[in-house]
Design a protein around this ligand. Sequence first.
Ligand SMILES: [Ca+2]
Length: 145
Amino acid sequence: MKSIGWIYLIILSLNAVSSLFVVVYQDKHYSCCSSGIGCGRCTEVDFQSETCFTFNNYNDKISSIDVYGNCIRIWENPDCNGMSMQIDSSTLYLDDLSKIPLKRNETWDDQIGSISGCDYGMLNNLLILIITFLILIILKTFKLN
Ligand SMILES: [Ca+2]
């Protein structure tokens, strides 16, 4: 049973944990200036796909977002709560979130409170555990034969 931990860790590292990088902008069209005077600011966000990243200064201010080819989930509230939407580089209007509907009469403009990887909160960890057990069973079967 000692091997289960190792197999689990190996599969976990292969599958789930990856570093994600995005840039969020206070203004639309990826407009950014460091002074924040007459134009919005922007900031780089580096986080692990399995974690939830909550915005402080940028909470309810983000108007465009560059995902750099990553798949992420945007959340209405801090700590990955509320409505959410999966986005990647194929998603339209990431340069202007006021064109992406959130709910009736509301758009995602100035509404993002946090972001996560696309596999966050899914059954990913459970699936990895099941796969680990299946591998263990296969290994045991091999030894018995
Ligand atoms: Ca804004």
